[in-house]
Write a protein that binds this ligand. Structure first.
Ligand code: FAD
Length: 308
């Protein structure tokens, strides 16, 4: 119930205005967001990489409403990739892109604009020696995002996909994407979705996650297990063993600021562990989704608002 209210809040302009006045350095924001600028994000990346972790960086923002804002997001990624390259980090750090931040939701030509912007980012990433993963947003965008992924993979087969275990369609999407060279991030899913398309109960979502993981681990692609759930992480390891996969033929992914000790523990065991590092001024929607996942975070959040 609380999760649904919070996810509703993530789309409220009034709440956004009130909460966005928090300084990014305030406790709860700084825990989940690496900063508002590219240099701050690069600094956070350097620290993680020096601890043996890999990184995927997300320039925060979603649902842009005009073409200039879409181009500005694409330019922010180009600037970030230049900075990562100059810092010698592109071997261990890639970028994650939300298509709605590069124009997907624009009326008319939105999908085409998003594809062109994403293509520009993929080219810059390849020239810098790294890759792009396309984040997955709410279910109304799944078909469009997978269509853009297919187009991009013709020229950039290294482009990563994301599938969400809470969607009823995901096991079938996993089968389509479990081919050689295909990088697929599997997450539970972070949006408020109707029962017609998505499992609502945690138990059902977890079962869906295990079914999807089985398909990916037994397939030919490169599974990216994006979860903090201890049970799913241990099942992932067992499924990988059973499929004769060695560390390096799949990876674990977690969010910046969540279970950092577990990230290091898995890395010390020889696994590739990639941390999703969000940065930028538009952190409101991302933060509220993180709060919705764990009501205990609300205490810290309330304290930040009171001490503002
Ligand atoms: P949960 O059942 O939510 O959590 C399991 C345990 O992890 C909890 O008991 C707690 O110990 C810890 N934990 C989880 N969340 C938090 C938190 N916010 N604060 C503190 N502790 C926490 N979703 C999308 O819809 N699209 C995407 O493109 C996408 N990309 C992602 C990329 C990465 C690398 C990761 C890790 C997640 C991504 N997500 C994405 C979010 C994902 O869908 C889930 O909402 C999120 O990961 C929480 O699910 P969980 O698997 O960790 O399980």
């Amino acid at each position: 119930m609380l999760r649904r209210i919070l996810l509703g809040m993530s789309r409220s302009p009034q709440m956004k205005k009130a909460v966005s006045s928090l300084p990014v350095s305030s406790g709860i924001v700084a825990r989940f967001v690496a900063g508002e600028t590219a240099p701050e994000a690069v600094l956070a990346t350097e620290k993680l990489v020096s601890n043996g972790l890999h990184v995927t960086l997300d320039h925060l923002g979603e649902n842009v409403t005009d073409q200039n804002a879409a181009s500005a997001t694409a330019n922010a990624y180009l600037d970030l990739l230049r900075k990562l390259s100059a810092a010698g980090l592109t071997k261990n750090a890639e970028v994650s892109v939300k298509l709605s931040a590069v124009g997907q939701a624009l009326p008319g030509d939105g999908e085409k604009i998003a594809l062109e912007n994403a293509r520009t980012i993929c080219l810059a990433a390849r020239n810098a020696g790294t890759t792009v993963t396309l984040d997955m947003e709410d279910h109304t965008t799944t078909d469009s995002t997978l269509a853009i992924l297919r187009e991009l993979r013709q020229d950039f087969p290294e482009t990563g996909a994301v599938l969400q275990a809470y969607l009823r369609r995901t096991e079938s999407d996993c089968r389509d994407l479990a081919y050689a060279g295909s990088r697929v991030r599997l997450c539970k899913g972070a949006y408020k979705e109707p029962e017609s398309v998505a499992f609502q109960e945690k138990r059902q979502v977890d079962k869906g996650y295990v079914r999807a993981m089985k398909v990916l681990m037994n397939g030919e692609g490169y599974p990216m297990i994006a979860s903090h759930d201890p049970r799913l992480i241990s099942i992932a390891g067992a499924l990988a063993d059973r499929a004769n996969r060695k560390p390096g033929s799949y990876e674990y992914q977690m969010l910046y600021g969540i279970r950092p000790e577990e990230q290091l523990r898995l890395a010390r065991l020889g696994h590739t562990v990639r941390v999703y590092v969000p940065y930028g001024e538009d952190w409101y929607g991302y933060l509220v989704r993180r709060l919705a996942e764990r009501p205990a975070n609300l205490q810290f959040f309330a304290r930040s608002l009171i001490s503002k």
